[in-house]
Design a protein around this ligand. Sequence first.
Ligand code: KG4
Ligand code: ZN
Length: 342
Amino acid sequence: MQLPVILGIESSCDDTAAAVIRGNEVLSSVSFAQTVHQTFGGVVPELASRAHITGILPVVEQALLQANISKSEVQGIAVTQGPGLAGSLCVGLNFAKSLSQAWAKPLIGVNHLKAHVLAHFLADSQPDGSIPKLPFLCLTVSGGHTMIVLVEDGYQFTILGKTQDDAAGEAYDKCGKLIGLPYPAGVEIDKLAKEGNPHAFPFGKPKMQGFEFSFSGLKTSVLYKIQAETKVNPNFIEENLNDLCASIQHSINTILIETFYKAWDTHPVSYVGIAGGVSANTDLRKRFMLEAEKRNIQGFIPKFGYTTDNAAMIAIAGKIQWDTHAESPIALSPKPKFPISE
Ligand code: KG4
Ligand code: ZN
């Protein structure tokens, strides 16, 4: 049987990306990370849209070239429909629609959040090539979302819990900003925390119902601690940077791990995973796997390239939809608030 070749296109936020897969094997995955936002401390939507416009054609061309795939071999064009920034989504969608018309290939609109979870089903996501079986319980932690998702037969997605305020990545970025780190602060906190004491500053945990998350209280505790300490010692941040990073990281990750495995207690499946940008965090990866081992279940963490936004995950989500002939109409419009359950 011939496996379908799918071109994936991602432009929901500040990465312009394209990938080609055959079946679940990744033939190429190209990404252009926009740097124009760095001086603003966050993504500027208008600048993101403009950078996607200049980046999208070369990125798609590179992906096809690296995969050594001609347009006639492509069987479907998968593109992020949402959630994301409206203007950025429009660039990717319109590009994909044009290709779909010009090449006479089906268009497949993809949910970006589902795609993060489905990155686990790419052949090279794990070093040993293993992929999870359904039902699969996944913690999705990105700059915009934090949720626990149950994926059941037929790729049915159910949210068991989500954040009531900030996303985990947002908590990393906002706490990082308070201690003077550049945006996005997650990677830097991860790096500096390696030399710090995670118990130096106990920031406390929120009391939440069910499997809900909250990070706004933590951000406030960090702010109050810094305000109080810098009054006494203006060099407090510089002198305690590693300990601050380790303590912030420990607090965020403890909330994530404890809530996730509380949800697992009520849905004790054999396959669990983490997805999204924050799943690149070294401490989170280690603790997540340790907890899985304790429960004698199989833990999955995507390889680094598939944790942050990428187009291979869009292509695999598109392939899974292609298998069920779930093509999209050419009038497909962006859904900036596309829920994962739709
Ligand atoms: O999934 P993603 O690439 O973009 C979306 O939000 O969709 O996630 C980006 C988020 C940022 O908040 C960034 O600070 C965080 O992921 N992040 C990390 C690490 N790498 C990226 N957070 C903690 N540790 C990391 N190593
Ligand atoms: Zn994302």
